[in-house]
Structures are given as structure tokens and as C-alpha cells.
Design a protein around this ligand. Structure first.
Ligand SMILES: [Zn+2]
Length: 298
């Protein structure tokens, strides 16, 4: 028999009374304030990880974190499980999805190479057999490339320098580590900040050629890109992927004598940030105020 208890949506615990002696197995917590703020202000991307609990009882702590509008970690949910297994991960993710689902497509990041993976984890594995400053630089250049032609160019360069390194990376699907494949739904860039993008704009000489309406061709050194301000699109795809205007977009915005910040995706706005931290996590009483529930203590 399973007993579910809920405390105003904040706490979901499960107790197996089959043996009539209560024992602790798992605990999942997603605070109402965190859930609502996540849905109101964070992007649809969730990081998952697990840690060993160094206590007498053992077990593992599973956590789910998001990114807030200021690109900082946002705690979403956590659980204590007996051990990290497929069953305990499935249990955790199903409870999390029941809390946040709302017909949204979520992207999960983990070090398990099943969805989208953390590039730092991938690089740490990569460098064990392929060390070196140049290889490292090319790895990150390939990972950060926002359009396929640039990615292919960097991978060709890597192949010329170290074919083994190139082949190792080719065994990992680009959908999990290469930015040029990333969906436009995620609006996340952990590498380039808005200031850095503005820095790019001031360091290079760019020329915007107005094609008509909201369309431009922008020359950036030996490269050139097409931009449509109305469609929030640049052919370099940085804006499409991150929601942050790239150097080409900013050139067009300045050409129009407009404010660049108005083209920043609303998920980065101060107002969104405030919404993200508007709710409070209500304080709760300690055990002295708890109501007895008739169940033997664990
Ligand atoms: Zn661009």
C-alpha cells in the first residue's frame, strides 16, 4: 500500500506500509514558490545531478536546477533516494514533470550523455587522451560555433592537426554538445554574455547594408551575414539560439538609431528577473507544532 501526503502542494512523500513498519526510502521536494517562479521566469532548460550523502544513513541527493534571467542557478527540486539508479531517476523525473509539465518541451542537461550534455564534462573526458592548448581551443571553438559552416571549418582544422581527436569527437552526436544544432526554444548561452557581445561590436568594423523593410546584409571582416530584425533572425544564429543580439544585429539596430536593449529577449529583462524572485518560500514550524498522523515514526 502506498500512502501519499501533500502539504498544500509543497511536499510529496510516499510511504510503503506493506511491512507495517515505516522505513525511509525516498523523499521528493519541489517548493511551491520555486515551481511557480521557475515557470514564470526561467527558460525551459533543466540541469540534473546527484551527490552521495555523507551521513550514517547514506543515500544520494538528486537535484534539478534551472537558469534564472541573470544566468544564475535557480533551485527547482531535489530528492533523497537510496541510490542513483534508472528507477530512482525515473521516479524523480516523473514527479518533477507532474509538477511543471504544462505541455512545454523541456531540455535536460546531465553528464549522462542522454539529452544535452555539459561540454565541460565532455571536454574533461576528451582531454584525457587529447591534451594540448591548441586542441582545447579548437574543441571550444567547435562547441560554440553557432552555424554549421563554421562548425565544419573548425572540425576540418582539428582533423588536420590531430585526426584521433577529430574521430573521438565524431563518435559523440553533435546534437548533445555542438551549439549550432541547438534548438531556438532554449534561449540559453552559458558562454557569451551581453557585455561580451557588445564588446565584439566595438572591436570589429561592421557595415550594415539595408536591403529594404527590416532586412540587412552585414559585412563583418571577411564574413557577411543576413539579418531580419522583424523576424529576430541573423544567419549566424547567435540571436536565434540565445535571444541576445549578436554584433550584426546590433549594427543594424544602430543603423536604425534604435535601442539595442529593446531587441533583447524578454527572458533577460529585469522585470522577468523580479517575477522570478517575487514569491516567498513560506516559513514552517518545527516538529513541536506538527499534527500527529497516527503513523509510527520512521
Ligand atoms: Zn548574427
Amino acid at each position: 500500500m502506498k500512502v501519499h501526503t501533500f502539504n498544500e502542494g509543497d511536499l510529496a512523500s510516499e510511504m510503503d506500509l506493506f511491512y507495517r513498519v515505516p522505513y525511509f526510502e525516498r523523499l521528493y521536494i519541489c517548493l511551491e514558490g520555486c515551481k511557480k517562479e521557475f515557470l514564470a521566469g526561467c527558460r525551459p532548460i533543466i540541469g540534473l545531478d546527484a551527490y552521495h550523502l555523507k551521513t550514517k544513513s547514506g543515500g544520494q541527493l538528486i537535484i534539478a536546477v534551472a537558469r534564472d534571467p541573470n544566468e544564475e542557478y535557480f533551485p527547482l527540486a531535489y530528492a533523497i533516494v537510496e541510490t542513483k539508479t534508472k528507477d530512482s531517476w525515473t521516479w524523480f523525473i516523473n514527479l518533477l514533470l507532474a509538477d511543471i509539465a504544462q505541455n512545454t518541451r523541456w531540455t535536460f542537461i546531465s553528464d549522462q550523455q542522454k539529452h544535452r550534455i555539459c561540454c565541460r564534462h565532455l571536454y574533461n573526458n576528451f582531454r584525457k587522451n587529447q591534451p594540448g592548448v591548441l586542441i582545447r581551443a579548437l574543441f571550444w571553438k567547435a562547441a560554440k560555433a553557432t552555424y554549421k559552416a563554421e562548425f565544419d571549418r573548425v572540425m576540418d582544422e582539428l582533423k588536420e592537426i590531430d585526426e584521433d581527436a577529430h574521430n573521438w569527437l565524431q563518435t559523440h552526436s553533435t546534437t548533445i554538445w555542438a551549439k549550432h544544432i541547438f534548438s531556438e526554444d532554449w534561449l540559453i548561452d552559458t558562454v557569451i554574455s551581453y557585455d561580451q557581445v557588445l564588446g565584439e561590436q566595438t572591436n570589429d568594423t561592421l557595415f550594415a547594408c539595408w536591403a529594404g523593410h527590416t532586412q540587412f546584409k552585414v559585412k563583418n571582416g571577411l564574413q557577411s551575414f543576413t539579418v531580419d530584425l522583424a523576424k529576430a533572425h541573423c544567419s549566424c544564429r547567435k540571436w536565434d539560439i540565445t535571444g541576445i543580439p549578436c554584433a550584426q544585429i546590433i549594427t543594424c539596430i544602430f543603423f536604425n538609431k534604435q535601442d539595442a536593449e529593446q531587441y533583447l529577449h524578454k527572458c533577460f529583462n529585469v522585470s522577468t528577473y523580479k517575477v522570478c524572485y517575487e514569491l516567498i518560500i513560506a516559513p514552517i514550524n518545527r516538529q513541536n507544532m506538527w499534527r500527529p498522523n497516527g503513523v509510527q515514526p520512521v
